[in-house]
Design a binder for this molecule. Sequence first.
Ligand code: CIR
Length: 258
Amino acid sequence: MSGIALVRKPGPRIAEGLVTHIEREPVDPERALVQHEAYVAALAAAGWTPVHVEPADDLPDAPFVEDAVVVCGRLAVLTRPGAPERRPEVAAVEEAVRGLGLRAVRVTRPGTLDGGDVLQVGRAVYVGRSSRTNDEGIAQLAALLPERQVRPVDLDGVLHLKSAVTALPDGTLIGDPAHLDLAALDLARLDRPAGLLEPEEESGAHVVLLGGDRVLMAASAPRTADLLVQRGLDVTTVDISEFEKLEGCVTCLSVLIP
Ligand SMILES: NC(=O)NCCC[C@H](N)C(=O)O
């Protein structure tokens, strides 16, 4: 699998990004830029062509581009982020996805939706009911994706659904049950006998699917990376420490469009 990797460079004000569930720590903007370049290089090495959304130096959280758009086939759902200060991020992302020839639609008021709350696994689309994503946003997404099973999932103590759970190439979910409404994931009905694979580190729940058996993970989850190697996966790790200080993960720094 290969395609486009939508990304957005961090700007000089990245240290001012939002922090909700963790203590604020100093963020080094230059280090963030270097880490971002290595992240993009890892995607490119796996066959994904980077497309850079116009940087937005006055929008500190703009590099977390996943939150601004949900791509499903050739449809791009531009979100209405739950944090009002992040809403201006969406316009340039819309321009970028239109430039790629995707059909663009928008989540509208009073709906709110962050892309970090949307986990697509086969026909299922799990959507975190979070402080950023409301029921109206989930309902709008469901109406836009009539052929998919959109399933709300309640969260506890994490920013986004994908802060707590993602999926491996075979569809096995990897995540921390402490943060998730397991009943909503409906593991049995979705024929996942293994249930939920628990990561060794919190950031081990964040897996980007690069195609085939290849996955991208944060360097902060070495024991989970080993676990996945033992399961036969080809794991690449990248250091994204500056983004992790702002509750970012490997998943939220790109949108992969096959
Ligand atoms: N999808 C994601 O996990 N996004 C991370 C967003 C972090 C940003 N500091 C925020 O609070 O919105």
